[in-house]
Design a protein around this ligand. Sequence first.
Ligand SMILES: [Zn+2]
Length: 409
Amino acid sequence: MQINLERLQQNLHDLNEIGYNPEDRGFYRIGFSDADMQGRQWLMERARSLELDTYMDGAGNVFFGTGARDQPMILMGSHIDTVPAGGYFDGSLGAMAALEVIETMREHYPQLDTPIWGVATAEEEGRFGGMLGAQAMSGKLTPDWLQEAHDADGVYLKDAMAAQGLDVMKALEAAIPPERLKAFVELHIEQGPVLFQKDLQIGVVEGISGVFKWIVHLKGKADHAGTAPMDMRSDAFMGLADFAHEIERIIAENGTDKSRITVGKVELKPGHPHTVPGEAIFTIVGRDMDNDIMTDLANACRRALSAIARKHRLMFEYEQVSWLAPKPCSSRLVDLIEQQTQHRGYSYLRMPSGAGHDTQFMSEVTDAGLIFIPSINGVSHAPDEWSHWRDVEAGANILLDTVQAISKA
Ligand SMILES: [Zn+2]
């Protein structure tokens, strides 16, 4: 059984007519914007024209599918909202592939026993924090949060939803009881360079990496850059530079090939060319697939910074801003997806996802699996985001095979 690539291409094309900006070639379907809602209306009309059942839940998630409502369903999907100037496939691929898999299965099995549904999730990209639709389905939303959530411009979620005819509190009713779900499977582009660089077709995602974020202060003494001798300084930047050189060792000694440590934001004070930096404030973001390894990495960062602070006569303080534990995918589904990939003879890699996805919330209520296809040059969240059609076809076929395997299990 094969998915119909032309039909999938057509649906992606038709959806991406909505919110397209020819000037920068980006897509603008920001969560709960007019274009986002037009995309959702388009999808419901397309589903109706295919004689599928379809509805929008209280969070703005659009469901489309077929099969008995009293049986646990297999749910596929991803988001159709985009970042500003987003790419062609981020999210849309998973939602349109779900539609294609349902169509393919209906052609082959006119009487489907297992209910098979797709979902186009709402506000995944983070205008109001992100993954709103998946959080709603997995029962994670609270009334307080819904009332208070707002975007960077100060627009409240409740007002943005009201402008689209939606009542924010109805998002609480979108929770799906776990017994109604058999599994959730998402197809998504990798949004990173690994599969493309290794020339592999499929990423079998083992889980979403855990991530911790620190804000570190190294405090020394701001001195005149001319009068303070090199050996009498407490130069906070020297401490930061030493730490940067320690990252490779910290990972080699404490981490895995899935570990990442990044210093992404740096501020030097007073920030003057003729003054020795008296203070360095910087972020450390650490990632791994294993919570214990994340702890080891964090401890190693702390030990290294303490030693560096002593060496340069600095004070060292840090604040842990967040610690999100890794979210493993269902091992049953990881194995199942790997088997389908081997059957098809596609090259693949078992890998973590360094980016967050709807799957991480769905994994809390059901067996959840995530399939990646390569992003050319790893580009995403930009108009240049692209994937080869042969990889799109391969990914959609693996989604199809996985759903079939689940329905038979
Ligand atoms: Zn996405």
